[in-house]
Design a protein around this ligand. Structure first.
Ligand code: AMP
Length: 389
């Protein structure tokens, strides 16, 4: 057997999964044997490892990406045994306009990806730090980058552009869309599991702390709610979602806010957290009696409904609506409220099926309504496996 490691490096965390696969003849589908993450990179890092039904937490103290990766390596060594890591797959938030598929990483591509940092300053530099650390830690393994933007490169010009002078589009001011690995997994799963949904118009709602939606047809993205950055579209745990750009001008002119202040406001202090003043966590808001929590949830639901209508129109209709992500998979109350009043689209659900944990198909009307657990790591592991041959 050989091992594949998947990494998702953020500013203060590294999420990882370990897969094993057979040697030769394609190696077969990678089998996940461990998952984990390091939280609190910096002064107070912690490693969490889940394997074989157990969960171990180790305090690492001071650790950067490189030290974190070393700690991961040490922790997974007993699980790997004699199975060498032959491939490492990385989640990379931005692949620009050039990357339509996963790519084997080398110094030249890393330089190109570093050039995209201005397009995703909060994520791309950390993704690249993780890749560099992995190249040092696993010099003999192939490193494969899997881009969150790649899946959406198929969308048409009208869903790729803003109505700005053309030179900005040429420069790269485009609607890239994100959460592509999740849409790739979910759309593939839906097509494989439901033969009647081959080439169908599927609206996928990836509702988590980050939230976006996408209209997919034949596993290709037609349109998505996120745009130039991952702040557009739906309100999220701490991000505004769609906002009139004049609000930003107003804040600059009347509150003296600079780019960094505005970035903090729209990425970290807004969304469910900013509206409720209580929490970014949907579970906490659903349990709260506060009016502000109720209003934040109302706004979230209203924006999801609005996006379903918009994406159904872009797809020329809707054959399936799929909920995924932490909220989409677990919050039956949100699914129920989102689907309420969408009978005109053919979307109706069975209340009991919706509340029953683990029921995948909950629709009762012409539109299939599904609850699907996303698996972005598997998409990365499969990409590495296909490059290993
Ligand atoms: P993610 O970013 O995909 O991990 O999703 C995180 C979000 O899912 C948070 O807002 C959680 O509160 C929410 N979530 C997870 N489980 C539940 C649940 N049982 N009910 C409501 N929301 C949940």
């Amino acid at each position: 057997m050989s091992a594949i490691l998947t990494l998702n490096a953020g500013s203060s965390s590294i999420k990882f999964s370990v897969y094993l696969r057979g040697e030769g003849d394609g190696g077969g589908e990678p089998e996940e044997v461990a998952v984990g993450q390091i939280d609190g990179l910096g002064p107070d890092a912690k490693l969490i490892l889940k394997h074989d039904g157990t969960k171990a937490v180790t305090d690492l103290g001071q650790a950067d990406h490189k030290a974190g990766l070393k700690a991961i390596l040490d922790a997974i060594q007993p699980i790997l045994g004699d199975n060498a890591v032959t491939g490492v797959g990385h989640r990379v938030v931005h692949g620009g306009t050039g990357h339509l598929a996963p790519a084997v990483l080398n110094d030249e591509i890393l330089t190109e990806l570093a050039g995209l940092e201005p397009l995703a300053p909060l994520h791309q530099p950390h993704n690249l730090a993780g890749i560099r650390a992995a190249m040092e830690a696993f010099p003999d393994a192939i490193q494969v980058g899997c881009f969150d933007t790649a899946f959406h490169r198929s969308h048409p010009f009208v869903n790729d552009t803003y109505a700005l002078p053309r030179k900005f589009f040429e420069e790269g001011v485009r609607r890239y869309g994100f959460h592509g690995l999740s849409y790739d997994y979910v759309s593939g799963y839906v097509e494989e599991t439901y033969p009647d949904l081959q080439d169908a118009r599927v609206v996928i709602a990836h509702l988590g702390n980050g939230a976006s939606m996408c209209c997919v047809k034949g596993r290709r993205s037609i349109a998505s709610s996120m745009g130039f950055s991952a702040v557009d579209g739906l309100p999220m745990g701490t991000r505004t979602g769609q906002i009139d750009p004049s609000v930003i001008l107003y804040l600059m002119d009347n509150h003296g806010m600079a780019s960094k202040d505005i970035s903090d406001l729209i990425y970290k202090q807004s969304g469910l957290l900013g509206m409720s003043g209580i929490s970014n966590d949907m579970r906490t808001l659903l349990e709260s009696d506060a009016e502000s929590a109720k209003e934040a949830v109302d706004y979230f639901v209203a924006r999801v409904k609005r996006e379903i209508g918009a994406l159904a129109a872009m797809g020329g209709g809707i054959d399936a609506l799929v909920f995924t992500g932490g909220i989409g998979e677990n919050a039956w109350q949100i699914r129920e409220r989102v689907c309420e009043g969408l009978e005109f689209l053919g979307v109706t659900i069975d209340a009991d099926a919706n509340q029953a944990r683990g029921t995948e198909s909950i629709g009762t009307g012409p539109v299939k309504v599904l609850v699907v657990q996303t698996d972005e790591e598997r998409v990365i592991a499969r990409a590495v496996a296909s490059h290993l041959g």
